[in-house]
Design a protein around this ligand. Structure first.
Ligand code: NAD
Length: 267
């Protein structure tokens, strides 16, 4: 019997491939038989990840500013026969109150998080349509920034809320071509972006873990597993969905938050 998550013959484009979640997802796809192309605007980060991936399987990299048509087109062209796109690139942006944000702040976060995602998705979809490929696209949303509210995070929140709309709209437009589009929405993931002040002592990471109902902080591999499922044939009837991967973080409210003692603490 064919394994549902055997990705042999698949060509996967991962944007933001020089980052932590991109790296973990690339490893997972390589370990399950796919060819992988990583696209990132940071050559140093890209090279470091590619060096780690080399023993695992066929991985290539392309330096591209994905918020431009040229950059997104270059990334897709570097992924011949693309069947899966993980539009993951993004930044957290500055933390500042909304009243202090000026046009350049909005442009910067929209370009990095939203325009780059829309263009990666569009160029990837066009290549699949041209080749008659019934592929899968996974976008990168956020649990805190898509369901919750972050003080000082208006720019990041606006982009991650928008990802949910983009995902649903793209899912409808691409359904006639047999291309599925779904979003992953991670909570706090143990990366430099997700945990400000992350260091070897893990003090900051442990503080987050104590505030999450499942009592652990998310790992990049937790996200990679859901990306794999959404990209796999097992999710053949799933499109336009947004999958929370947050250990129950957004189930909490004023009435049942971690300080209320409404669920038992585990040590
Ligand atoms: N870490 C978390 O807790 C968390 C939670 C929810 C969502 N996310 C989202 O996951 C994604 C990846 O996060 P991460 O923690 O791996 O961050 P990361 O900083 O390790 O990786 C992001 C990568 O994207 C690249 N990038 C950003 N904008 C780009 C652009 N316009 N063109 C090309 N490359 C670009 C960066 O150079 C970087 O290598 C982001 O979209 C982030 O918003 C992260």
């Amino acid at each position: 019997m064919t394994q549902i998550q055997d990705f042999a013959g698949h060509c996967v484009l991962i944007s933001g491939g020089g980052g932590s979640i991109g790296r973990a997802t690339a490893m997972m796809f390589l370990n399950r038989g796919a060819r992988v192309t990583l696209a990132d605007r940071d050559q140093g980060r890209l090279d470091a990840v590619l060096a780690e991936l080399a023993p695992l399987g066929p991985a290539t990299g392309v330096v591209a500013e994905l918020s431009t048509d040229d950059g997104a087109a270059t990334a897709v062209a570097a992924t011949p026969g693309v069947t899966i796109v993980f539009a993951n690139a993004g930044i957290s942006g500055p933390v500042m109150p909304v009243q202090d944000m000026v046009a350049a702040d909005w442009d910067n976060i929209f370009a990095a998080n939203l325009r780059s995602m829309a263009l990666t998705l569009a160029h990837g979809a066009r290549a699949m349509i041209a080749a008659g490929t019934k592929g899968a696209i996974v976008t990168m949303g956020s649990s805190m920034a898509g369901w919750d509210v972050l003080a000082g995070g208006a720019g990041y929140l606006a982009t991650k809320h928008a990802v949910l709309g983009l995902t649903k709209s793209a899912a409808l437009d691409l359904a006639p071509h047999g291309i599925r589009v779904n979003a992953v929405c991670p909570g706090v993931i143990e990366t430099a972006l997700g945990v400000p002040g992350l260091d070897a002592t893990r003090v900051a990471a442990d503080r987050f873990a104590r505030a999450i109902p499942l009592r652990r902080i998310g790992q990049p591999e937790d996200v990679a597993e859901v990306v794999a499922f959404l990209a796999s044939d097992g999710a053949r009837h799933v499109t336009g969905a947004s999958w929370l991967i947050d250990g129950g973080q957004t189930l909490q409210s004023f009435a049942n938050g971690p300080e209320t003692g409404s669920y038992p603490l585990r040590t």
